[in-house]
Design a protein around this ligand. Structure first.
Ligand code: NAP
Ligand code: 8YV
Length: 317
């Protein structure tokens, strides 16, 4: 039987690459300037990176496209509305990474509040021989405002509760099944708390919602943790707020133009920067890869997608 043709975007992990190779006829994007004629047979896309975006321009070149399977729960690199309009299914990898990313968020929060990387550097530099490490701020007096109380946001909230620290949240809608105070206004929440943990997705509706006004409202003891998407935070405003001590510190796993991190953030010793490692363990990346491949194999076996995104529901409505 002919193997379905799949376009692979980015570099999949070995486990995924081997499974795709065994089941599909794999294609790569043609080099710049070359034609797309060879891709006319492509029926699916396996996304293993955020570039190039799967948008109307790319979909125009793939007339037989049926499914786009993303490696990751966040699918802001795919125009899912456009896919829906064309009858193309989009899938992502929810749930399998939730607890892993929440663990990382708490690690980043504690690292930022208690300056763990800085303290580690202090020991290695031999400074402890001279004097004890300076005292730090604390989690004890803080209230945490979660931006985006979804699957990961709730897993973060459960962990923060276990630390005995109050949690509130902001999202587009109030959730009936959670005990935390809801803020329809992010600005109002920032006025009432001193710590934001952003787990919101990327895309136009969240672009720069954590902006200069929100940072000012957070105040001089303010801390911003971002494990959602870099585009949610106005990075230039954040750098200025950190430089001018409008807020105290930040812990960032995601950035606006990854893997490029603004030099002014890199130069700041009082913040914590991670290279987008929220889901980055062997265990969880394997689970994500399995789900991505399962979406494609199920689809081409005529059994529908396993985890379609909300814009492209299955069965179709
Ligand atoms: P989810 O269950 O869909 O949760 C997303 C939450 O964001 C929802 O509660 C939603 O609530 C809220 N939201 C959506 N649009 C919003 C807006 N315009 N303003 C405020 N809140 C908004 O997704 P998840 O599985 O928790 O994943 C969340 C995100 O984490 C992903 O999209 C991805 O970007 C990021 N992520 C990062 C890593 C990493 O390695 N750092 C790993 C995995 C995921 P409402 O609908 O009520 O607004
Ligand atoms: C991945 C993520 O690192 O799931 C997401 O949305 O951001 C991370 O789990 C990424 O998708 C893989 O490149």
């Amino acid at each position: 039987m002919t193997k379905p043709a799949i376009l692979v975007i980015g570099r999949p992990m070995t486990y995924v690459a081997e499974r795709l190779e065994a089941t599909f006829a794999l294609h790569a994007l043609p080099p710049a300037g070359a034609g797309f004629a060879a891709l006319a047979t492509v029926r699916g896309i396996a996304m293993a990176g955020a570039q190039p975006r799967v948008d109307a321009a790319l979909m125009d070149k793939l007339p037989n496209l049926e499914i786009v399977a993303n490696f990751g729960v966040g699918y802001d690199a795919i125009d899912a509305q456009e896919a829906q309009a064309r009858g193309v299914i989009v899938t992502n990898t929810p749930d399998v990474l939730t607890e892993e990313v929440a663990d990382l968020a708490l690690g980043l929060l504690l690292s930022t509040v208690r300056e763990l990387p800085q303290a580690d550097r202090y020991v290695r530099a031999g400074h402890w021989l001279g004097k004890p490490y300076p005292l730090t701020t604390t989690l004890r007096t803080r209230t945490i405002g979660i931006v985006g109380l979804g699957r990961i946001g709730k897993a973060v909230a459960r962990r923060i509760e276990a630390f005995g620290v109050p949690v509130v949240y902001h999202g587009r809608s109030r959730q009936a099944d959670v005990p935390y105070r809801y803020y329809p206004s992010l600005l109002k929440m920032a006025e009432d708390v001193d710590t934001l943990v952003s787990v919101a997705p990327g895309g136009t509706s969240t672009h720069h919602i954590i902006n200069a006004a929100v940072l000012k409202a957070l105040g001089p003891n303010g801390i911003v943790i971002n494990v959602g998407r870099g585009s949610v935070v106005d990075e230039a405003a954040l750098a200025a707020a950190l430089r001018d001590k409008v807020i105290l510190s930040a812990g960032l796993d995601v950035f606006e133009d990854e893997p490029r991190v603004p030099p002014e953030l890199i130069a700041m010793d009082h913040i914590v920067l991670l290279p987008h490692v929220g889901s980055g363990t062997h265990h969880t990346r394997q689970g994500m890869g399995q789900l991505q491949v399962d979406n494609l194999t199920n689809w081409f076996a005529g059994k529908g997608p396993v985890t379609p995104v909300s814009e492209t529901p299955w069965p179709r409505r």
